[in-house]
Structure formats: C-alpha cells, structure tokens
Write a protein that binds this ligand. Structure first.
Ligand code: SF4
Ligand code: SF4
Length: 228
C-alpha cells in the first residue's frame, strides 16, 4: 500500500535513472509532505484524490519491514477503486500529474531508496495542516476522532486472541457509532465518498478487516464476526 515499500534489492543493480516504468505508482500513492501543501491548496491535487490514514492505523512500515501502527496521521494520494495503484497512474501515459507530482514521487529512486526511506512518517501533512483553520469540518473531524479513535489498533492486533467479551462489544459499538456518524455527516455536508475518505479516513470496520474481523448485518443491526 505504500510505494516506499519498493525493494531495497534495486540498490544493487546498475540502474541510475528513472525509467518511468510505473512500478512504484502501482504500489500505491505517496503520503504528502509539507512541500506538497501548495499542490493541495491550489487544487492541483484536490481533496477528492486524497485518503487519510489516521494515527494508529495498521500499515506496512518499510523501515520496520512489517505491519504496525502508523505513528502520525498521513494523507496519501488515493488508489484506484479496490486497487492500491495511485489514482494518477495511467498504464498508457504514466503519471498524469507528472509536473505537479508530490514531493515523495520526486525523491523516490527505486535503485537507491535511502532518501525515500528517510521521509517515512517525517514532515508529513495531516488533515489539519491542509484545511484552513475556519473550515467548518474541522470540529466535525475532532468530534469523530474523540468518538472513533483508532490508536488502540496496535493493542488489538497484539491481543487479538485475548480480548474480553466486553472489549469486543465496545469495538462493535465503535463500528456502529462510526457508521452512524458518517451517515449523518455525509448528509449534513453533502459529502461524496471520495471526500469522506479524506475527512474521516476509512470506516473503522475496514480497519479491523486485516485482523480477520468481518461485519455481518441482521435486522438487529451490525455485528462483528471474529476469526479468519
Ligand atoms: S522510480 Fe523506479 S519503479 Fe518508479 S517509475 Fe522510476 S524506474 Fe520505475
Ligand atoms: S503522483 Fe504520479 S508519480 Fe506519484 S505515484 Fe502517482 S502516478 Fe506515480
């Protein structure tokens, strides 16, 4: 899900320039850094092309080489549909925003990953950096964070087989509250799905899926189903 996961093995090849092959773009869009703020503020990269990875979400960390909670909030270029491919990547023409591509894309050299790895979770943009201070959705985002934080996903991952019924029930309640909250806010602010992914990240139940937790729906409501 992150193009900085490109293999370090390329460092041993003779490659010295970018061949514009697009392999990095197919591994996922980049996280944005402070150098990218004007790209977003100017609309060259609009909010609908962004997805927020909230602090605590479980993502592949290329430095650690494993899935672990992200230590800061990230805003990334969204993938295409259900794929991770960067939404700006086109197999025929390559990057469709090449002149305005994000900082990480400029830094990435798949044959020498030192500089891109140096950028991991450093000087990144969050939603609060991107939005203007008087944006009416800022208090709504904060309300969502209070109601549906995901900073305990690392704990849940480590203790998956030891969670009490009460802890599971609380997670189920959080999934329901998150979905209710989104339904209300999408209506109130007339948000599209693409905008929802920027403002609130992915629904909480989706963040539990990599842990083998699914949802099922019955007339009584939504339930979590535990186990692969
Ligand atoms: S950085 Fe490497 S993987 Fe990415 S487009 Fe260039 S050659 Fe291909
Ligand atoms: S913005 Fe362009 S260069 Fe960067 S990952 Fe997407 S398609 Fe590739």
């Amino acid at each position: 899900m992150c193009f900085s996961t490109l293999l370090k093995k390329n460092m041993t090849t003779e490659q010295v320039t970018c061949k514009r092959c697009g392999n990095c773009c197919e591994k996922g869009g980049p996280a944005l850094h402070s150098q990218d703020l004007q790209l977003v503020r100017s609309g060259k990269i609009p909010l609908r092309s962004l997805i927020t990875i909230r602090k605590g979400e479980l993502v592949h960390n290329p430095l650690a080489g494993k899935i672990q909670p992200v230590t800061v909030e990230l805003v990334k270029i969204v993938g295409t549909g259900r794929q991770w491919d960067c939404c700006y990547y086109n197999k025929e023409v390559g990057c469709t925003v090449y002149e305005d591509r994000p900082f990480a894309c400029r830094v990435l050299k798949c044959w020498d990953t030192e500089k891109i790895l140096d950028l991991v979770e450093k000087d990144t943009l969050s939603r609060f950096d991107i939005l203007y201070q008087d944006d009416p959705l800022i208090p709504v985002i904060k309300e969502h964070e209070r109601m549906c934080a995901c900073e305990d996903l690392g704990f849940i991952q480590s203790n998956l087989n030891r969670l009490s019924e009460q802890q599971k029930n609380e997670l189920e309640k959080r999934v329901r509250s998150d979905l209710r909250f989104r339904t209300r806010v999408i209506t109130d602010f007339q948000l599209k799905l693409s905008e929802e992914l920027f403002y609130f990240g992915r629904p909480f139940f989706q963040l539990l899926q990599p842990l083998g937790v699914r949802i099922s729906e019955s007339p009584a409501g939504i339930h979590l189903v535990w186990g692969k």
